[in-house]
Design a protein around this ligand. Structure first.
Ligand code: FES
Length: 166
């Protein structure tokens, strides 16, 4: 049997609840996709097909919307989601330099996941702790951890420590 590119078996119970609420509400496709991504972390082809089946919207149209908006991810996120703030305070305090350090250190760009599935990098708007600029938050199964006053060295060290934890 050939392996499908998107072979994660997903349980659509939660999605079914979302579709029960929004499935027949005109103009709610983006809301449905946002909620789907909140549940699964990304929009799988299976989820898109399931939404199509339940709403009657063509899969190609859903896929088109999902690829048009940068907020949507079509691939699973890594174990650690790096949310690097690019808000004004962080920008002024060197967030681009921190982004360069991350992309060099992990060999990924914004929106990408490392090959080992450990990290995904996402540039985000203000995280609400501007006094610590430049800031990143790392989200994983243990919760969220905030790293402030970052420099190239401290961000590399933080990433190495996270990697060591596995
Ligand atoms: S601008 Fe980065 S935390 Fe506010």
């Amino acid at each position: 049997m050939t392996e499908r590119p998107d072979s994660t078996v997903q349980n659509f119970d939660e999605l079914a609840e979302v579709l029960e609420k929004y499935g027949k509400v005109p103009g709610s496709l983006i809301t449905i996709l946002q909620k789907t991504q909140d549940i699964y972390g990304y929009l799988s082809l299976d989820a898109i097909n399931y939404i199509a089946l339940k709403t009657g919207i063509k899969p190609a149209k859903i896929y088109g919307v999902a690829t048009f908006y940068t907020q949507f991810r079509l691939k699973p996120i890594g174990k650690n989601l790096i949310m690097l703030c690019q808000g004004t305070a962080c920008h002024v305090n060197g967030s681009k330099i921190i982004e360069e350090a991350i992309t060099e250190h992990l060999s990924i760009q914004d929106g990408e996941t490392t090959e080992d599935g450990l990290f995904t990098l996402n540039n985000v708007a203000c995280l609400g702790c501007c006094s610590l600029a430049p800031v990143m938050m790392v989200k994983n199964s243990d919760g969220d951890e905030t790293y402030g006053n970052l420099t190239k060295d401290t961000v590399r060290k933080a990433l190495d420590e996270i990697r060591e934890r596995g």
